[in-house]
Design a protein around this ligand. Structure first.
Ligand code: NAP
Length: 362
């Protein structure tokens, strides 16, 4: 178990995930917020509490002054900046942070969930920065992340003679208010002749292939290929959601699948079904019991094993729960990451990293 002490945190990014990350850092007895990086003009100069809907001021003021932030005495940066669309800016920024000696726990740069799988052009400069700074870099989230590492590796502990490991995110995204990134990259609300970034060859493999490769490596099997497929369904009539207006004839549901294959047979599979309304594409896999979402792992083996994970946020919404869980997956890892030897690490390098923030009965 990692040493129990207070860790000093800089929150870098205050969007969907950063909002919740900030709330958890501020309220966590073992974490001390010492700095906040914001990008938007309207956020700079504001108290951290104001950026995450808390009423009690923290005295920590958001800034975009990187030198000032890196001069702070901090153990770790919680990095939740929009990254996958701007790696040419993000990799140099992460290099600076890591070379300055700060550890980084990140939900950004999902390509680096399993560093071994990542493109060397991203991995190598960050490895160098870690060795200069003596720092450690860990990327995770709920999916990609938890659903593709802890969930299958836990389920596999109960099985034998394994034929297939399938990880699913089946989730109604209608309340996920992220039209600019999730909306655009999945192609929601766009017609069939729009090719969303995620449908471009290699993009799914870069983002989600790491979790397929990680499980294959733990099984000790060599994959011949990671095959990707991307499918869409369209709205018959227009409808509105908190995410966006969906015009008739535009994309209202997405299904993508990555299959880690051996001799043509899928062995390690990651599947997403994301709808903007629960009744679209009823023939695709559904969450159980009328629920809006599930992260599920199905092991076909002897015996078969199925694990299901449901998250619900502090506002009662499953998408908020997913975003909170994404932030907490890396925040809860802070003690273990700070104790780890320098370098780029994955979940395989860490012990269990449970929350230790127990609300004690009065
Ligand atoms: N693995 C998972 O389960 C999972 C789940 C959700 C998200 N994620 C990842 O987590 C990251 C954050 O997601 P999100 O939903 O929080 O994104 P978001 O809501 O778009 O927020 C992104 C943040 O990036 C900042 N930003 C945007 N453009 C910038 C620029 N040009 N320079 C500097 N900062 C910039 C924004 O700053 P301002 O607000 O100050 O403008 C905002 O704080 C993404 O990389 C996403 O892929 C992973």
């Amino acid at each position: 178990m990692s040493e129990r002490r207070v860790h000093r945190v800089i929150q870098w990014g205050t969007g969907n995930v950063g909002f919740h990350s900030l709330r958890h850092v501020i309220r966590h007895p073992d974490l001390e917020l010492v700095g906040v990086h914001a990008h938007g003009e309207s956020k700079i100069g504001k108290d951290a509490a104001a950026l995450c809907g808390l009423s009690e001021e923290t005295g920590v003021i958001a800034t975009n002054d990187v030198d000032a932030l890196l001069a702070l005495d901090a153990d770790v940066v919680a990095y939740t900046v929009k990254a996958e669309t701007r790696p040419h800016e993000v990799v140099p920024e992460l290099e600076r942070i890591l070379a300055s000696g700060k550890n980084v726990v990140s939900t950004s740069m999902i390509f680096l969930i399993y560093p071994k799988h990542a493109d060397p052009s991203m991995r190598e400069p960050l490895e160098k920065a870690c060795s200069i700074g003596g720092s450690t870099f860990y990327v995770n989230g709920i999916d990609p992340g938890f659903s593709g590492d802890v969930l299958p590796l836990t389920a596999l502990q109960l099985s034998d003679q394994v034929e297939e490991i399938r990880v699913q995110e089946l989730c109604d995204y209608s309340t996920y208010e992220d039209p600019e990134f999730t909306g655009v990259s999945f192609g929601f609300g766009r017609p069939a002749d729009y090719t969303p970034p995620m449908a471009l060859p290699g993009v799914l493999r870069a983002g989600w292939g790491g979790m397929v490769q990680l499980v294959a490596d733990e099984l000790g099997i060599e994959l011949d290929e990671i095959h990707e497929s991307f499918d869409r369904r369209y709205a018959e009539k227009a409808f509105d959601t908190p995410m966006m207006h969906v015009p008739a004839g535009t994309c209202a549901a997405v299904r993508f699948i990555l299959e880690g294959r051996v001799k043509g047979r899928p062995v390690v599979v990651t599947e997403h079904v994301n709808r903007l309304r629960g009744d679209i594409a009823p023939d695709w896999p559904m969450p159980p019991d009328g629920r809006p979402g599930v992260h599920r792992c199905i092991i076909k083996g002897n015996p078969d094993v199925q694990l299901e994970c449901f998250v619900l946020g502090e506002d009662g919404d499953h998408n908020t729960g997913g975003v909170q869980a994404t932030a907490l997956r890396v925040l809860n890892a802070i003690p273990a990451v700070c104790e780890h030897a320098p370098g780029l690490i994955s979940t395989l390098d860490l012990p269990y990293t449970p929350s230790r923030n127990l609300i004690r009965p009065d």
